[in-house]
Ligand binder design. Structure first.
Ligand code: NAD
Length: 485
């Protein structure tokens, strides 16, 4: 597979023009599998963000009045273009993020599904009426966009997460300023380019690259009425507090520590395959990654043994190479942090049953092999913190009550999975597990675009989640008209 090698200085996209940032601060964007530069990203200034917000506010004046079916037609065209470019987009994702090409293709597909959902705007934007709320009086609810929306995204899904935001926001009649992750900024530009090719008018989608200054600009700008954020927990909390203090709507999706409970009656083949995929796929850099297994009863020894054996078979390398399953983590600093957690786990007394530091790892890039700790306890740092890397903890529990209690002790509550053949266990898990997205006998229960992405506790700040009807509610406001004629 060939990959473009041209080093590019990324530009911002404002008012339909590709513009150089005036900032002298630029970061290198290396391919995490090789360490070689793919380009540089500007750390744009707050003034540049302000200009983009003003441009988006100007574009809102006409875009909000553009008939909804006309908006939807542009999304249909966009969906078609994304399908035509899916392999190119997947290569780009692999190069900037490091995940395997197959996973990148999966990500492209999930992004396209968001655009498909947004293309249903004429139905999604419908209001409701009651002709007789009193004799001769009717009442109707009409749905309108909120204005300019700001989007701030993480490095781990450079296409799918932006696609949770801007297609639906724009389909609902808003205009958008996106601040992609400075660690994986390339896909965002290609997404904007293809949307323009689909016929999106200038100024409706704007991309401003950068870090804190641009983020703070989004939080402060009075023309930005709503903020969609996806990223780590401390930043999500910061975004939620500051954007809401400034009177904006906020949805802030945060970090995770997802538990998979394996019951003694589980089909071990299913459990092992799915846990390996969920723990080590995308190098564990998924908010729905399985980072803790809770082994119930006497299945634990067999399960750990099978997990270790399956991990030994994992092919590690550049995600663009065929058969590679486990790519690098995003940066050298993230690798160092991960190695720090492995050392901490050993010091805290967890049993290191598979040491990914000892794998035959590529010399270039930032690789960590699949790592598994057994006998992890809920007071350990490796249980508590989101490591966001290919490090899996196994906790042992006597029964389902204890397993659920342990999982519920986590401050995070994005997802949780249960492997079992028992309907009774499934029911108890569904009723008692405090997490927003549950999976039964599968590894990554990420909902499709027409359902909400529904984290709880410290995995989410806000009221209305991303995607589905929640997304439509978030990106619209309602007007009630009550009339007597
Ligand atoms: P991050 O929080 O470091 O960065 C996310 C965004 O916030 C980036 O655009 C970054 O530029 C900006 N940012 C970072 N620090 C900031 C600061 N101090 N002030 C202002 N802005 C700041 O997250 P990441 O490492 O890019 O992504 C991984 C995290 O995202 C993980 O915690 C993962 O669980 C989470 N995530 C959550 C979901 C979900 O749906 N809950 C989905 C994907 C990723």
């Amino acid at each position: 597979m060939t990959a473009p090698t041209k080093v590019q200085a990324l530009k911002n996209y404002v008012g339909g023009e590709w513009v150089d940032s005036s900032s002298e601060n630029r970061l290198d964007v290396p391919n995490p599998a090789t360490g070689k530069s793919l380009g540089t990203v500007p750390l744009s200034t707050k003034e540049e963000l302000n200009r983009a917000a003003e441009t988006a506010a100007e574009a809102f004046r006409t875009w909000r009045k553009t008939p909804v079916p006309k908006r939807a037609r542009i999304l249909f065209k966009y969906q078609q273009l994304l399908i035509e470019h899916r392999e190119e987009l997947a290569r780009l994702i692999t190069m900037e993020n490091g995940k395997s090409y197959n996973e990148a293709l999966g990500e492209v597909q999930r992004g396209i599904e968001c655009v498909e959902f947004a293309a249903g705007a004429p139905t999604l934007m419908m209001g409701s009426q009651l002709p007789d709320i009193a004799t001769g009086i009717e009442s109707g609810m009409y749905r309108y966009p909120v204005g300019v929306v700001g989007g701030i995204t993480p490095f781990n899904f450079p296409m799918m997460v932006p696609c949770w935001m801007f297609p639906l926001a724009i389909a609902c009649g808003n205009t958008f300023v996106m601040k992609p992750s400075e660690r994986a900024p390339l896909s965002a530009n290609r997404l904007a380019e293809l949307f323009a090719e689909a016929g999106l008018p200038a100024g409706v989608l704007n991309v401003v690259h950068g870090a804190h200054d641009v983020v703070n600009g989004i939080l402060d700008h009075p023309r930005i009425k709503a903020v969609s954020f996806v990223g780590s927990q401390p930043v999500a909390e910061y975004i939620y507090k500051n954007a809401s203090a400034n009177g904006k709507r906020v949805q802030a999706l945060a970090g995770a520590k997802n538990h998979s409970i394996v019951m003694p009656d589980a089909d071990l083949d299913v459990a092992v395959n799915n846990i390996i995929g969920a723990a080590f796929g995308s190098a564990g850099e998924r908010c729905m990654a399985c980072s803790v297994v809770v082994a119930v009863g006497d299945i634990a020894d067999k399960l750990v043994d099978r997990l270790v054996k399956a991990s030994d078979e994992i092919r590690i390398g550049d995600g663009l190479e065929k058969e590679v399953f486990l790519g690098p983590v995003i940066r050298d600093t993230h690798k160092e942090r991960t190695l720090g957690y492995i050392e901490a786990g050993e010091k805290e007394g967890a049993r290191l049953v598979r040491d990914g530091r000892k794998d035959d790892l590529p010399e270039d890039g930032w690789f960590v092999g699949p790592t598994i700790f057994d006998d992890v306890k809920p007071d350990m740092k490796i249980w508590r913190d989101e490591i966001f890397a290919p490090v899996l903890s196994v906790v042992r529990a006597e029964n389902l009550d204890e397993a659920i209690r342990i999982a519920n002790e986590s401050e995070f509550a994005n997802g949780a999975c249960l492997y079992t053949d028992s309907a009774k266990a499934v029911r108890q898990f569904r009723e008692e597990m405090d997490a927003g997205m549950l999976g039964i006998n599968l590894g990554v229960p990420a909902p499709m675009a027409f359902f909400p992405f529904s984290g709880w506790k410290d995995s989410f700040y806000g009221d209305l989640h991303a995607n589905g009807k929640d997304g439509v509610e978030f990106y619209t406001r309602k007007k009630m008209v009550t009339a007597r004629y």
